[in-house]
Design a protein around this ligand. Structure first.
Ligand SMILES: *Cc1c(COP(=O)(O)O)cnc(C)c1O
Length: 328
Protein backbone atom coordinates (compact mmCIF):
# COMPACT_ATOMS: atom_id res chain seq x y z
CA UNK A 1 0.00 0.00 0.00
CA UNK A 2 1.11 3.56 -0.63
CA UNK A 3 0.64 5.81 2.35
CA UNK A 4 1.84 9.02 0.80
CA UNK A 5 1.58 10.01 -2.82
CA UNK A 6 4.31 12.34 -4.02
CA UNK A 7 3.02 15.58 -5.45
CA UNK A 8 2.55 15.54 -9.23
CA UNK A 9 1.68 18.20 -11.79
CA UNK A 10 0.29 17.55 -15.25
CA UNK A 11 2.88 18.01 -17.98
CA UNK A 12 2.54 14.93 -20.19
CA UNK A 13 -0.27 13.80 -22.50
CA UNK A 14 -1.33 10.54 -20.87
CA UNK A 15 -2.14 7.73 -21.27
CA UNK A 16 0.12 7.15 -24.25
CA UNK A 17 -1.30 4.76 -26.87
CA UNK A 18 -0.43 1.09 -27.23
CA UNK A 19 -0.78 -0.50 -30.65
CA UNK A 20 0.62 -3.44 -32.52
CA UNK A 21 3.45 -3.43 -35.01
CA UNK A 22 1.92 -6.02 -37.29
CA UNK A 23 4.07 -5.33 -40.33
CA UNK A 24 7.28 -5.48 -38.32
CA UNK A 25 6.13 -8.63 -36.47
CA UNK A 26 5.31 -10.33 -39.78
CA UNK A 27 8.63 -9.29 -41.31
CA UNK A 28 10.58 -10.74 -38.39
CA UNK A 29 8.42 -13.88 -38.19
CA UNK A 30 8.66 -14.11 -34.40
CA UNK A 31 6.47 -13.03 -31.50
CA UNK A 32 3.78 -10.32 -31.73
CA UNK A 33 5.38 -6.92 -31.12
CA UNK A 34 3.41 -4.04 -29.66
CA UNK A 35 4.57 -0.51 -28.95
CA UNK A 36 3.85 1.96 -26.15
CA UNK A 37 4.15 5.46 -27.51
CA UNK A 38 6.01 7.48 -24.89
CA UNK A 39 7.45 9.33 -27.87
CA UNK A 40 3.98 10.96 -27.84
CA UNK A 41 3.99 12.39 -24.30
CA UNK A 42 3.89 15.95 -25.65
CA UNK A 43 6.18 18.50 -24.00
CA UNK A 44 8.07 19.69 -27.08
CA UNK A 45 8.29 16.41 -29.06
CA UNK A 46 7.74 13.99 -26.20
CA UNK A 47 9.79 11.29 -24.58
CA UNK A 48 10.17 9.46 -21.29
CA UNK A 49 11.46 12.44 -19.31
CA UNK A 50 8.02 14.08 -19.39
CA UNK A 51 6.73 11.48 -16.92
CA UNK A 52 9.64 12.04 -14.52
CA UNK A 53 9.30 15.82 -14.76
CA UNK A 54 5.69 15.69 -13.54
CA UNK A 55 7.12 14.75 -10.15
CA UNK A 56 10.42 16.65 -10.29
CA UNK A 57 8.96 20.02 -11.27
CA UNK A 58 6.19 19.56 -8.67
CA UNK A 59 8.92 19.11 -6.04
CA UNK A 60 10.82 22.16 -7.35
CA UNK A 61 7.67 24.29 -7.06
CA UNK A 62 6.91 22.95 -3.58
CA UNK A 63 10.39 24.08 -2.55
CA UNK A 64 9.84 27.55 -3.98
CA UNK A 65 12.42 27.24 -6.75
CA UNK A 66 12.60 29.83 -9.53
CA UNK A 67 15.42 28.24 -11.55
CA UNK A 68 15.70 24.65 -12.79
CA UNK A 69 19.21 23.37 -13.46
CA UNK A 70 19.96 20.14 -15.28
CA UNK A 71 22.61 18.67 -17.55
CA UNK A 72 23.31 16.15 -20.27
CA UNK A 73 24.91 15.58 -23.65
CA UNK A 74 24.57 18.08 -26.53
CA UNK A 75 21.65 16.09 -27.96
CA UNK A 76 20.07 15.40 -24.57
CA UNK A 77 16.34 14.72 -24.81
CA UNK A 78 16.18 15.13 -21.06
CA UNK A 79 17.50 18.70 -21.23
CA UNK A 80 15.06 19.60 -24.03
CA UNK A 81 12.05 18.27 -22.11
CA UNK A 82 13.23 19.93 -18.89
CA UNK A 83 13.55 23.25 -20.76
CA UNK A 84 10.00 22.79 -22.08
CA UNK A 85 8.63 21.87 -18.65
CA UNK A 86 10.31 24.90 -17.05
CA UNK A 87 8.98 27.22 -19.78
CA UNK A 88 5.46 25.91 -19.29
CA UNK A 89 5.61 26.70 -15.57
CA UNK A 90 7.30 30.11 -15.90
CA UNK A 91 10.58 28.91 -14.41
CA UNK A 92 14.04 29.82 -15.63
CA UNK A 93 16.04 26.85 -16.91
CA UNK A 94 19.80 26.37 -17.11
CA UNK A 95 21.02 23.38 -19.11
CA UNK A 96 24.61 22.29 -18.69
CA UNK A 97 25.75 20.50 -21.83
CA UNK A 98 28.86 18.37 -22.22
CA UNK A 99 31.58 19.59 -24.56
CA UNK A 100 31.71 22.86 -26.45
CA UNK A 101 29.19 24.56 -28.79
CA UNK A 102 28.76 22.57 -32.03
CA UNK A 103 28.97 24.35 -35.37
CA UNK A 104 25.34 23.70 -36.30
CA UNK A 105 22.46 24.40 -34.03
CA UNK A 106 20.19 21.43 -34.63
CA UNK A 107 18.03 18.80 -32.95
CA UNK A 108 17.62 18.99 -29.20
CA UNK A 109 20.33 21.60 -28.76
CA UNK A 110 18.52 23.95 -31.13
CA UNK A 111 15.27 23.29 -29.24
CA UNK A 112 16.85 24.01 -25.82
CA UNK A 113 17.64 27.52 -26.99
CA UNK A 114 14.27 27.92 -28.70
CA UNK A 115 12.56 26.97 -25.42
CA UNK A 116 14.43 29.76 -23.68
CA UNK A 117 16.94 27.74 -21.69
CA UNK A 118 20.23 29.33 -20.71
CA UNK A 119 22.98 27.07 -22.04
CA UNK A 120 26.21 26.53 -20.12
CA UNK A 121 29.02 24.42 -21.59
CA UNK A 122 30.95 22.06 -19.36
CA UNK A 123 34.08 21.19 -21.25
CA UNK A 124 34.27 17.72 -19.72
CA UNK A 125 31.49 15.49 -18.45
CA UNK A 126 28.10 15.04 -20.08
CA UNK A 127 26.40 13.68 -16.98
CA UNK A 128 25.81 16.90 -15.13
CA UNK A 129 28.97 16.70 -13.02
CA UNK A 130 29.01 20.48 -12.44
CA UNK A 131 25.34 20.99 -11.52
CA UNK A 132 26.03 21.54 -7.82
CA UNK A 133 28.65 24.22 -8.54
CA UNK A 134 26.26 26.05 -10.84
CA UNK A 135 23.54 25.74 -8.20
CA UNK A 136 25.86 27.42 -5.65
CA UNK A 137 26.56 30.27 -8.08
CA UNK A 138 22.81 30.77 -8.53
CA UNK A 139 22.33 31.03 -4.76
CA UNK A 140 25.04 33.71 -4.61
CA UNK A 141 23.13 35.61 -7.32
CA UNK A 142 19.98 35.45 -5.18
CA UNK A 143 18.16 32.78 -7.21
CA UNK A 144 16.37 29.74 -5.82
CA UNK A 145 17.77 26.86 -7.85
CA UNK A 146 16.48 23.29 -8.02
CA UNK A 147 18.74 20.64 -9.45
CA UNK A 148 17.24 17.94 -11.60
CA UNK A 149 19.87 15.17 -11.71
CA UNK A 150 21.23 13.63 -14.91
CA UNK A 151 18.37 11.93 -16.76
CA UNK A 152 15.94 12.94 -14.01
CA UNK A 153 16.94 9.66 -12.37
CA UNK A 154 16.40 9.91 -8.65
CA UNK A 155 13.58 8.50 -6.52
CA UNK A 156 11.27 11.42 -7.31
CA UNK A 157 11.82 11.19 -11.07
CA UNK A 158 11.48 7.39 -11.06
CA UNK A 159 7.92 7.83 -9.73
CA UNK A 160 7.01 8.80 -13.30
CA UNK A 161 7.58 5.19 -14.35
CA UNK A 162 6.05 3.72 -11.21
CA UNK A 163 2.78 5.30 -12.27
CA UNK A 164 3.39 4.49 -15.92
CA UNK A 165 3.04 0.85 -14.84
CA UNK A 166 -0.32 1.63 -13.27
CA UNK A 167 -1.30 3.10 -16.65
CA UNK A 168 -0.04 -0.02 -18.44
CA UNK A 169 -1.94 -2.30 -16.05
CA UNK A 170 -5.18 -0.41 -16.77
CA UNK A 171 -4.60 -0.50 -20.53
CA UNK A 172 -3.89 -4.24 -20.39
CA UNK A 173 -7.20 -4.81 -18.62
CA UNK A 174 -9.13 -2.56 -21.02
CA UNK A 175 -7.60 -4.15 -24.12
CA UNK A 176 -7.40 -7.65 -22.62
CA UNK A 177 -3.81 -7.63 -23.76
CA UNK A 178 -1.05 -8.82 -21.43
CA UNK A 179 2.65 -8.72 -22.22
CA UNK A 180 5.36 -11.26 -21.46
CA UNK A 181 8.21 -8.78 -21.91
CA UNK A 182 8.78 -5.04 -21.91
CA UNK A 183 11.86 -4.04 -23.92
CA UNK A 184 13.24 -0.49 -23.88
CA UNK A 185 16.40 1.64 -23.79
CA UNK A 186 18.03 1.94 -20.36
CA UNK A 187 20.66 4.51 -19.51
CA UNK A 188 20.52 6.55 -16.31
CA UNK A 189 18.14 4.05 -14.73
CA UNK A 190 15.06 6.03 -13.67
CA UNK A 191 12.88 4.38 -16.27
CA UNK A 192 13.90 0.81 -15.44
CA UNK A 193 13.87 1.34 -11.67
CA UNK A 194 10.46 3.03 -11.83
CA UNK A 195 8.99 0.27 -14.02
CA UNK A 196 10.31 -2.38 -11.64
CA UNK A 197 8.83 -0.72 -8.56
CA UNK A 198 5.58 0.00 -10.41
CA UNK A 199 5.24 -3.59 -11.66
CA UNK A 200 5.54 -4.74 -8.06
CA UNK A 201 3.19 -2.11 -6.67
CA UNK A 202 0.45 -2.52 -9.28
CA UNK A 203 0.79 -6.26 -9.87
CA UNK A 204 1.91 -6.10 -13.49
CA UNK A 205 3.47 -9.45 -14.32
CA UNK A 206 6.04 -9.36 -17.09
CA UNK A 207 9.79 -9.47 -17.62
CA UNK A 208 11.37 -6.02 -17.77
CA UNK A 209 14.32 -6.06 -20.15
CA UNK A 210 16.50 -2.96 -20.34
CA UNK A 211 18.79 -2.60 -23.33
CA UNK A 212 21.85 -0.72 -22.14
CA UNK A 213 22.82 2.07 -24.52
CA UNK A 214 25.86 3.27 -22.65
CA UNK A 215 29.14 1.39 -22.94
CA UNK A 216 30.06 1.47 -19.27
CA UNK A 217 33.59 1.47 -17.99
CA UNK A 218 32.85 -0.85 -15.07
CA UNK A 219 31.04 -4.14 -14.98
CA UNK A 220 27.39 -4.13 -16.07
CA UNK A 221 26.67 -5.46 -12.56
CA UNK A 222 27.47 -2.01 -11.26
CA UNK A 223 24.55 -0.73 -13.30
CA UNK A 224 22.27 -3.43 -11.87
CA UNK A 225 23.43 -2.40 -8.39
CA UNK A 226 22.56 1.20 -9.24
CA UNK A 227 19.10 0.08 -10.45
CA UNK A 228 18.53 -1.77 -7.18
CA UNK A 229 19.61 1.24 -5.12
CA UNK A 230 17.36 3.57 -7.12
CA UNK A 231 14.42 1.14 -6.88
CA UNK A 232 14.92 0.89 -3.13
CA UNK A 233 14.99 4.64 -2.63
CA UNK A 234 11.88 4.97 -4.81
CA UNK A 235 10.06 2.25 -2.85
CA UNK A 236 11.07 4.01 0.36
CA UNK A 237 9.71 7.34 -0.90
CA UNK A 238 6.42 5.55 -1.58
CA UNK A 239 6.55 3.96 1.89
CA UNK A 240 6.51 0.46 0.42
CA UNK A 241 8.14 -2.25 2.46
CA UNK A 242 9.83 -4.01 -0.44
CA UNK A 243 13.49 -4.29 -1.27
CA UNK A 244 15.07 -5.06 -4.60
CA UNK A 245 18.38 -6.72 -5.35
CA UNK A 246 20.76 -6.22 -8.25
CA UNK A 247 20.23 -9.77 -9.53
CA UNK A 248 16.52 -9.10 -10.14
CA UNK A 249 17.27 -6.67 -12.98
CA UNK A 250 17.71 -7.75 -16.57
CA UNK A 251 20.06 -5.48 -18.49
CA UNK A 252 21.31 -6.55 -21.92
CA UNK A 253 24.73 -5.00 -22.29
CA UNK A 254 25.70 -6.50 -25.64
CA UNK A 255 23.93 -3.89 -27.76
CA UNK A 256 25.73 -0.76 -26.60
CA UNK A 257 27.97 -0.98 -29.70
CA UNK A 258 30.71 1.62 -29.80
CA UNK A 259 29.16 3.48 -26.89
CA UNK A 260 26.81 6.29 -25.98
CA UNK A 261 25.55 8.30 -28.96
CA UNK A 262 27.74 6.45 -31.49
CA UNK A 263 25.57 5.23 -34.37
CA UNK A 264 26.36 1.68 -35.52
CA UNK A 265 25.00 -0.60 -38.26
CA UNK A 266 22.55 -2.38 -35.98
CA UNK A 267 20.78 0.81 -34.96
CA UNK A 268 20.85 2.16 -38.52
CA UNK A 269 19.02 -0.96 -39.68
CA UNK A 270 16.47 -0.65 -36.86
CA UNK A 271 15.82 3.04 -37.59
CA UNK A 272 15.31 2.42 -41.32
CA UNK A 273 13.19 -0.68 -40.73
CA UNK A 274 10.77 1.02 -38.32
CA UNK A 275 10.53 4.12 -40.50
CA UNK A 276 9.73 2.11 -43.63
CA UNK A 277 7.64 -0.73 -42.22
CA UNK A 278 5.61 1.18 -39.64
CA UNK A 279 6.13 4.89 -40.27
CA UNK A 280 7.59 5.24 -36.77
CA UNK A 281 10.67 7.30 -36.01
CA UNK A 282 13.26 5.87 -33.65
CA UNK A 283 16.26 7.85 -32.46
CA UNK A 284 19.98 7.25 -32.97
CA UNK A 285 21.06 7.22 -29.30
CA UNK A 286 18.44 5.22 -27.38
CA UNK A 287 15.48 3.66 -29.16
CA UNK A 288 17.46 2.71 -32.28
CA UNK A 289 19.79 0.68 -30.06
CA UNK A 290 16.94 -0.81 -28.07
CA UNK A 291 15.03 -1.84 -31.19
CA UNK A 292 18.27 -3.11 -32.76
CA UNK A 293 18.70 -5.28 -29.66
CA UNK A 294 15.09 -6.49 -29.78
CA UNK A 295 15.40 -7.42 -33.46
CA UNK A 296 18.55 -9.40 -32.69
CA UNK A 297 16.91 -11.17 -29.74
CA UNK A 298 13.98 -12.14 -32.00
CA UNK A 299 16.32 -13.40 -34.72
CA UNK A 300 18.14 -15.46 -32.10
CA UNK A 301 14.81 -16.95 -31.04
CA UNK A 302 15.02 -15.65 -27.49
CA UNK A 303 11.21 -15.44 -27.33
CA UNK A 304 8.45 -17.95 -28.02
CA UNK A 305 6.33 -17.21 -31.10
CA UNK A 306 3.22 -17.09 -28.89
CA UNK A 307 4.70 -14.54 -26.54
CA UNK A 308 3.79 -10.86 -26.62
CA UNK A 309 6.45 -8.20 -26.51
CA UNK A 310 5.89 -4.56 -25.63
CA UNK A 311 8.53 -2.25 -27.07
CA UNK A 312 8.33 0.86 -24.89
CA UNK A 313 9.29 3.77 -27.14
CA UNK A 314 11.00 6.34 -24.94
CA UNK A 315 11.25 9.16 -27.51
CA UNK A 316 14.33 10.94 -28.83
CA UNK A 317 13.48 11.53 -32.50
CA UNK A 318 14.58 15.23 -32.46
CA UNK A 319 18.19 13.95 -32.32
CA UNK A 320 17.68 12.37 -35.78
CA UNK A 321 18.34 15.74 -37.35
CA UNK A 322 21.80 15.89 -35.82
CA UNK A 323 22.59 12.50 -37.43
CA UNK A 324 21.09 13.10 -40.88
CA UNK A 325 24.46 12.67 -42.62
CA UNK A 326 25.04 9.26 -41.03
CA UNK A 327 21.51 8.07 -41.73
CA UNK A 328 20.98 9.07 -45.34
C1 LIG B 1 16.79 9.35 -21.26
C2 LIG B 1 16.31 8.45 -22.33
C3 LIG B 1 16.28 7.05 -22.14
C4 LIG B 1 16.84 6.37 -20.93
O1 LIG B 1 16.05 6.51 -19.79
P1 LIG B 1 16.75 6.39 -18.36
O2 LIG B 1 15.65 6.61 -17.41
O3 LIG B 1 17.81 7.44 -18.34
O4 LIG B 1 17.36 5.04 -18.24
C5 LIG B 1 15.76 6.26 -23.15
N1 LIG B 1 15.32 6.80 -24.29
C6 LIG B 1 15.35 8.13 -24.53
C7 LIG B 1 14.88 8.64 -25.84
C8 LIG B 1 15.85 9.00 -23.56
O5 LIG B 1 15.88 10.31 -23.80
Amino acid sequence: MIHTLPHRIKLACLPTPIHNLSRLSRYLGGPAIYIKRDDQTGLAFGGNKARKLEFLIADAEDRGADTIITGGAVQSNHCRQTAAAAASRGLHCIVVLGGSPPTDSTGNYFLDALLGAEIVWSSSGRKGESLDDIGRECVVEGKKPYIVPYGGSNAIGACGYVFAMKELGMQSRDLDLYFDYIVFASSSGGTQAGMTVGAHLFGVQCDIVGIDVDKRTGDILQYSARLAELSNSTAQLLKMDTTFEAKEFTVRSEYSGKGYAVLGEREKEAIHLLARSEGILLDPVYTGKAMGGLIDLIRNRSFGTNEKILFWHTGGAPALFAYSHDLS
